[in-house]
Design a protein around this ligand. Structure first.
Ligand code: HAM
Length: 403
């Protein structure tokens, strides 16, 4: 039997209900915040992710589904959604048009990671990207939007917050961090030794516990922010507090992608095991420019749908629509005709096989129909239909012209 690839899951039955429930709910919230839908291709030039997510990141360095296509182009399946949205934004010349542009998207992302609970090779994100607003109110709004979605899904969380500084304060901090790393270089893991030259900030995110204990004494970025970054970070904390969003500061939160500056945040859940990040995002004011656009401030986030599906509290399913069946094979044509007419306005499930009443009632119950409607020999003769309201438990025989 041919099976799906490791780390690539089917979404069906109960999972599908959770999946669509989440997409519909998050879409509604995004629209309430003034965001518009955007769809970008699954396949992009590899250079797009090298230049945005960064060659030193694990995502680009180790996890890309990359190949040469039949036209000799170096392409890869998108590992995340932000880079493609920025590319589309620049390609459409919206950077030159100016103004504010806000998008939301959802779809598959691909990362060749070691699969485990909550970590897939093909997974789904719901994300938003906002272009053209350099106010920290927009950063706060992004965070409040995630909090809003999670609250509507009945999901508890911890919000971790950090500031990654900007081009004024980050280089100085990086130098002081490198000096510190050199002082403990003999003790750090091989990955961190490599990171020291490729992207020193990334050592702070190392999963090795010995490295982590060494970095406790490392200089903290939060203490080296320039005036503007410090002011924004203070304001961000005030806005969140004023709006009842609790947070904790995590000075080691650097995120796994290179494009961030200033605000970085992650929402984590303590109820889904080690892969606990359920959403992440931040500001990326330089990325439009890195992808050949006019400098444009931007901020966004993405949520991992599979991880959220484990946590969503689903509303009680209400009975809905009609189930229509025949008790006599001669009545099947009529049942199909009635179904087609009714489907103009209602949800209708139709059974093409003649069955006894008990079997029809069971089938109607299974598809959660509100009404079970059946035509037998007598009903066909009389031009009527038997209808049972499965919620009120009442039944009646109706003339077909009144059905
Ligand atoms: P990210 O933190 O890499 O950010 O991914 C966002 C979310 O996707 C994570 O918090 C997690 O829930 C989910 N996720 C990531 N990898 C996996 C995996 N292998 N299996 C299952 N779920 C996963 C980004 O992708 C950025 N583009 C977010 C962003 C948008 N920043 C600004 N705008």
């Amino acid at each position: 039997m041919i099976k799906s690839l490791r780390g690539m899951n089917d979404i069906l039955s109960e999972d599908y209900e959770r999946f669509t429930y989440f997409i519909n709910l998050a879409t509604k919230v995004a629209q309430n915040y003034g965001f518009h839908f955007i769809e970008t291709p699954l396949l992009e030039e590899t250079a797009l992710f090298k230049r945005s997510v960064g060659e030193s990141s694990d995502i680009v360095g180790k996890e890309m589904y990359q190949f040469i296509d039949k036209g000799e182009n170096d392409v890869c399946l998108r590992p995340e959604g932000t880079a493609g949205v920025v590319r589309a934004f620049v390609q459409k010349k919206l950077d030159k048009a100016g103004g504010i542009h806000r998008y939301f998207y959802h779809g598959s992302m691909f990362r060749y990671e070691r699969p485990q609970k909550g970590r897939l090779r093909q997974f789904h994100q719901f994300g938003v990207e906002s272009f053209g607003v350099d106010s920290v109110y927009e950063d706060a709004t992004m965070i409040m939007m995630v909090a809003d979605i999670l609250k509507k899904c009945g999901i508890g969380y911890r919000l971790q917050l950090n500031s990654l500084g900007d081009q004024n304060c980050m280089p100085q901090y990086r130098d002081s961090l490198v000096t510190y790393i050199e002082s403990v270089e003999d003790e750090i893991c091989e990955d961190c030794q490599r990171r020291k030259t490729t992207n020193p900030i990334r050592v702070l995110d190392c999963k090795n516990t010995h490295c982590q204990s060494l970095y406790e004494k490392a200089p903290k970025l939060i203490n080296s922010l320039c005036g503007a970054c410090e002011e924004d970070f203070t304001k961000l904390k005030t806005i969140l507090t004023d709006n009842g969003v609790e947070f904790e500061i995590d000075t080691n939160l650097v995120r796994g992608l290179d494009y961030y500056s200033k605000t970085a945040f992650e929402f984590v859940s303590d109820n889904i095991g080690s892969q606990s990040a359920i959403a992440g995002g931040g500001r990326y004011d330089r990325l439009v420019e890195f992808l050949d656009g006019r400098p444009t401030p931007a901020v966004g986030f993405a949520m991992g749908i599979e991880r959220l599906m484990e946590l969503i509290v689903m509303p009680k399913v209400k009975r809905e629509g009609y189930y229509i069946g025949a008790m006599d094979s001669d009545a099947v044509d009529l049942v199909v005709k009635l179904t087609q007419d009714k489907r103009a306005t209602e949800k209708v499930v139709c059974d093409y096989k003649a069955k006894n009443l008990k079997k029809h009632l069971n089938a109607a119950d299974k598809v959660n129909a509100k009404y079970c409607c059946v035509i037998g020999e007598n009903e066909k003769k009389d031009g009527t239909i038997w209808v049972k309201d499965l919620e009120a438990k009442s039944e009646e025989v109706i003339l077909l012209k009144d059905f």
